[in-house]
Every structure is written in C-alpha cells, then in structure tokens.
Design a protein around this ligand. Structure first.
Ligand code: GLY
Ligand code: MN
Ligand code: MN
Length: 444
C-alpha cells in the first residue's frame, strides 16, 4: 500500500513543481506554568505531510531535487533528554521510519537552508506565524540579493503553500473518511454515556468526565476541542467550557464534544433533559431545531453550496421562531432583516477534518463554492433564548438548543457520519433513563 504521507507530499510537490522549495514547520511546545508545558499536539499540516508527532521539526520539500526531495530537520537522539522527556526518532528514524530522503538535526536548519534555497525560483512558506523562523527563511531567500557578490541564483517569488495544502485537506480520501467514521462512533458512545449518567444534581464536570472517559478508553488520543457541557441557561452561552455547575431538576443539558482519533475529529452536539423528560416548552423548541437540522442535512448535496445549507436552516428556524412566539412578522422579512439572529447568531456549517473548524475556502472567485463528494461539513442549527430576554415567552427563557451532526457529501446524497448518536426525542429520553455502562459516580 502506498505510504499515505508520501503520497500527499508527492501531490503537493507536483502542484508546485521543480524550482520550488516548500517549508512546513512542526508545532512548537508552549509553556503552561513552571516546568509544565501544554499538552503537545502536532500541527495539522505538518502531520498531514509527515505522520511525525514530535515538536522542533521542519519539513522541507524540494520537488525534482535528486536525493533531497524530502528533507526533515528533527531533534537528534539524546540519551539524557530522552530519559527525561520521551523517545525521539532522531535523524536516523526520520529517514528509516518517516521516509525522509535526507535528515538533519534541527540545529542545522539555519545553515542548511541557504544551500537548499539556492537556485530555486519560488519559496513556499507561510509567513507571519513565528517571527524567528520568518527571519531565517527570509534571510535564505534573499541571500542572492543581500550578498550579490556570491554569484548565486535565488528565488523571485514567495507563495503560501496552504493554498494547495488546504484544498487537499478539504477533500477527504477514503482512509480519512474511515477514521472520521470511527471518531464519530466513539463520539456517539461518549454522548450516550453522558446522557445515561445525567441526573438532577450531577455536575457538568461529571458528565464531561463520563464522555471523555469513553472517548479515551475507546482509543481517542484527545478531544478535538474543549468539551462544552452546559446545563440549564449555560446552554445559551455558545462556547461555554467552564463546566463547573450542577444540573438542576428540569434542566436541559447541552453537550458539544468530539473525540479526535488519529488527528481527525468529530464535532457533535446533543441536548437532553436531565430529569428524563422534555417539558412541553423544551420539546417545542427542540422540535423546531431538529426539523431545521434534518432539512439542512438534506441540502448537503453535490452541487449545492454550504450557504444553501445555512439558508435552509435559517428559514426553518425563523418559521419556528414565529410559531414559538419569539418573533412576530413575515418570515421572509424577518430573514431579510436578520431578526432571527437574536436567537440564532452563528452559522450552520463549517468544514470538519483534522481541525474542528477545518481548512478550505468557503468562497471562490467571489461565489459560494459548490459542495463536492468527499467534503465533510457540520450541520448545527440552534436556538438560544437568554434567561433575561423579556421579549421572549417566559416558558422559553433560558433554553438553549443546538443539534449538530457531521455530514459527508457523497454522489448518493448526504451521509451522516454521526448518525449513531440518538437525537429523536423518544430515543434521547430512553437513553437518559438507562443505566451508565462504563462509569459510575464517585460522589453524590
Ligand atoms: N464545537 C465547536 C463548533 O461546533 O463549531
Ligand atoms: Mn461545529
Ligand atoms: Mn460543535
């Protein structure tokens, strides 16, 4: 089987061609406090091209350059450092295991780069992320001008390799889709467990622990983003991640959480009644959001645009807001004036993949781009009614509902990768009523 990372590197090199040099750095470690760093996660683009998970590394691709098409700069083997902080592939591992044609210690990047840049016409590098690295790359790229007496030839152009790389990542390959399916399945199981352990008095943090236990125990390396576990009116805060409140009798709990598996993440939101039954008001809002979600999912078809998906959701939500007594007036006018934004203030979809808000343009040439088979996007309509919104019917105040699934666009229509996670009212109520399968509460 061809090495997936080698294939991607080749595709990127083919796009830029001989005469180009591409420079893609790894993520850097970030200090959290004292002798502690934030949990390290490799940069998505770097991982996509290498499968290499260590920090302090740089990939250099030189299309057409014999013996040096794929060059990795990495941390060298170091017995002492490895005893303290973990194993390193080293220069040898970069060649043997990661298929670099040549590898150097990272400390030699600054001295090797001018040689690799010499004779190229174009440097492909994303400027503006890390000033010290910008400086090294710019110095190498300008050497033929700053030191003309050397008589060397150098590049005239700078390009951002993300232009091509982001498009590659937007179009998922079968292997990536399989991984996304498994991430989605793990995510569904985690949400189900959180629903099962949910009860009045249970802390948001306990539900977070339950769902993240299932994620990790199922093989997920980390969450794709900070889990949102929002009971009661906390659900009206879109990116609530405090997760320190206990759910009260009658609360809805909104959970927006996704397991990341092998650098691909799911992104799922579900809402459930912590006491086991939706109240009539909660049910009424839920049904509107569910209808909007189902219609929007149906719009995820080849040739349509992500904007169509949003428009379908907005129309259904706005109709619902009128029937719920949240808005008053003609639906078309309420959409045109954006009155619905009082209760639905975010967009319906984003690309999904290695990053939860994944790369890829939404517009091309001034137009919304068409969906194509192999793209994966979320569909996540919601209605959020602030507790202190005196213009809303009293029974609806403090209700926040979002329903979010991950959809693969195929030639045969939308394929809901997260379909395993329950979302019909009866199924959710049955899940809340059932006993936890994997975790138990430690303190009441
Ligand atoms: N979890 C962030 C989002 O749904 O976009
Ligand atoms: Mn999302
Ligand atoms: Mn989400």
């Amino acid at each position: 089987m061809p090495h997936i990372f080698a294939r991607r590197r080749q595709q990127l090199m083919d796009a830029y061609g001989p005469g180009s040099i591409l420079i893609v750095p790894a993520a850097r470690e970030q200090q959290r406090n004292a002798d502690v760093d934030y949990a390290f996660r490799q940069d998505s683009d770097f991982y996509y091209l290498t499968g290499f998970e260590e920090p302090d590394a740089i990939l250099v691709l030189c299309p057409g350059r014999q013996g040096e098409q794929v060059v990795l700069f990495v941390r060298p083997r170091d017995r002492d450092a490895e005893t303290w902080n973990g194993r390193r592939a080293g220069v040898e591992g970069a060649v043997d295991r990661y298929r670099a044609e040549k590898a150097f210690p990272i400390s030699e990047f600054e001295t090797e780069l001018p040689r690799l840049v010499e004779g190229t016409r174009q440097v492909c590098f994303t400027l503006g992320r890390h000033a010290p690295l910008d400086k090294i790359v710019l110095a190498a790229a300008q050497r033929h001008r700053t030191q003309p007496r050397l008589g060397i030839d150098g590049p005239d152009y700078f390009a951002d390799p993300l232009a091509v790389l982001s498009e590659m990542r937007l179009h998922k390959q079968p292997q990536e889709i399989e991984t996304l399916r498994r991430a989605a399945s793990i995510t569904a199981q985690g949400h189900h467990e959180a629903m099962r352990i949910g009860a009045p008095g249970v802390g948001e943090w306990e539900m977070q622990a339950a769902l993240e236990f299932v994620f990790q125990a199922s093989g997920s390396q980390r969450v794709g983003y900070g889990s949102i576990v929002a009971a009661g009116e906390n659900a009206t805060i879109l990116h609530y991640t405090t997760n320190r409140q206990r759910a009260a009798d009658g609360d809805l709990v909104l959970i927006d959480a996704g397991a990341e598996l092998d650098f691909l993440t799911a992104d799922v939101t579900r809402v459930f009644p912590v006491s086991g039954r939706f109240s009539p008001a909660q049910r009424a809002v839920y049904e509107v959001v569910l209808e909007a979600e189902l219609r929007a999912i149906d719009a995820c078809r080849v040739g349509r645009a992500a904007q169509d998906v949003h428009d379908v959701a907005v129309r259904t939500l706005t109709e619902g807001m009128v029937s719920l007594g949240l808005l008053d007036g003609n639906v078309t006018d309420l959409i045109a004036s954006e009155a619905y934004r009082r209760y639905y203030m975010h967009r319906t979809s984003h690309w999904l993949g290695m990053d939860v808000h994944d790369v890829g343009r939404y517009r091309q040439g001034g137009e919304w781009r068409s969906l194509a088979a192999g793209m994966v996007l979320t569909v996540e309509p919601g209605i959020y009614i602030a507790k202190d919104d005196t213009s809303a019917p009293i029974a609806l105040r403090g209700i926040g509902i979002r329903i979010e699934d991950d959809v693969l666009v195929t030639d045969d229509g939308p394929d809901v990768l997260t379909g395993e996670c329950v979302k019909e009212i009866e199924d959710i109520e049955a899940m809340v009523a059932s006993a936890p399968r994997h975790v138990s509460r430690i303190s009441a």
